[in-house]
Design a protein around this ligand. Structure first.
Ligand code: DP6
Length: 359
């Protein structure tokens, strides 16, 4: 697939107004996307678990304008007007205008809400951008009803990527690969694809408990963070390592080897943070409580034989990943030993999910 293939032919239908609503989940990367080229092309392939309960619901209402001038839209979060969201959406619209030539023909009302609190330190860009991309694709499908489901989902992921890279992994469940990888046929830098190989029972219904260590705004925006990989002294090795980790995960998933999974996932999380610590300028995104939690997880694993592991995004919060059958013991551990390190004692229980839904 090339970018040009997402430029549509003239539409068959015309439509004056309407609305579409989509619910789209967040995702947690196992092999991390960190570093991008122009036009949101990743420097390395990544793979993520799609989440189930952390999601964004977006309703997009549209009405035809008298004349196609500039982009025209208003945006609401939980029914409250959010003009500070507008610049990000304008950037998104500019990036995708070529692929959705109807964008300037309509006035849009974007009404969005998240299942997780806005100030939880959980990034809503993946779920938010994928939900908006899906609503826009529903309009395109109304204009071109012959569109196949495969094209619909691929283009929605392609558009979501142009809003926020990791958003292209948030449409389908339950494991999604984004970025060209030699062992994965059909993988692409342009959109996410469902992980195509066998996944052992051990990983079915995998759990993700998110410990909210710091609910504040991100210390470093992801765009700034990705840019720090340009001219980074360890960049090339890091990109190679991501390819290798993804190759290794293929047999790990097939064989159900959770110990090897733990090693890859934790190493990926620490490498992401190591990249931030060794860039110029440098950043430490973990908080003391992040480290306390990591050490407690390691001790718990040693003492109990549990398979729980951690991963991190570009922030201080800790995602604890573990098999479904350990849910009770891990939550006991969280309540007894880890809530003290969470801001206001807050954490969120989630698990692997099956992707976005039209409502
Ligand atoms: C650390 O997708 O937020 O979560 O493309 O600039 O919007 P932009 O970046 P974004 O980066 C997410 C990076 C990460 C790792 C990952 O999800 O793979």
């Amino acid at each position: 697939m090339k970018e040009e293939q997402f430029i549509p032919k003239p539409y068959i239908n015309s439509i004056d107004d309407g609305s579409f609503t989509w619910s789209s989940p967040s995702n947690i990367a196992l092999v991390k996307y960190w570093g991008k080229k122009q036009h949101q092309i990743p420097e390395n392939p990544s793979v993520s678990f799609t989440l189930s309960d952390c999601k964004t619901i977006t309703k997009l209402s549209f009405s035809k304008k008298e004349s196609a001038s500039d982009f025209s839209f208003e945006v609401f979060l939980d029914d409250e007007k959010k003009d500070d969201f507008k610049p990000k959406i304008v950037t998104f619209f500019k990036r995708i205008e070529n692929y959705l030539p109807f964008l300037k023909d309509y006035h849009f009302k974007i009404q969005t809400s998240n299942s997780f609190p806005h100030s939880s330190g959980i990034a809503s860009s993946a779920s938010g951008m994928s939900a908006l991309a899906l609503c826009l694709m529903s309009i395109e499908r109304a204009l071109n009803p012959k569109m196949t489901n495969e094209y619909f989902i691929q283009k929605a992921s392609f558009l979501a990527r142009l809003g926020s890279g990791s958003a292209c992994r948030s449409l389908e469940g339950d494991l999604v690969v984004w970025g060209k990888h030699k062992d994965i046929d059909g993988s692409s830098d342009l959109f996410g694809v469902k992980y195509p190989f066998r996944v052992h029972e051990n990983f079915k219904n995998y759990q993700d408990t998110i410990l909210l260590v710091d609910k504040g705004e991100k210390q470093v925006s992801s765009t700034v963070g990705h840019n720090l990989m340009h001219n980074h002294p360890f960049a090339e090795e890091r990109f190679k390592q991501a390819h290798k980790n993804l190759s290794n995960l293929i047999s790990v998933f097939k064989e159900g080897n959770i110990d090897a999974f733990v090693e890859i996932v934790e190493s990926e999380a620490l490498t992401l943070h190591a990249m931030m610590m060794t860039s110029l300028p440098y950043f430490v995104l973990m908080k003391p409580n992040t480290l306390e939690i990591i050490n407690k997880i390691w001790t718990f694993r040693k003492q109990t034989g549990s398979k729980v592991c951690f991963t991190l995004d570009a922030g201080a919060n800790v995602h604890m990943l573990y098999p479904e059958k350990e849910t009770e013991t891990v939550l006991k551990f969280v309540n007894n030993e880890l809530v003290a390190y969470c801001q206001n004692g807050h954490y969120i229980c989630d698990k692997i999910g099956f992707g976005a839904k039209q409502l």
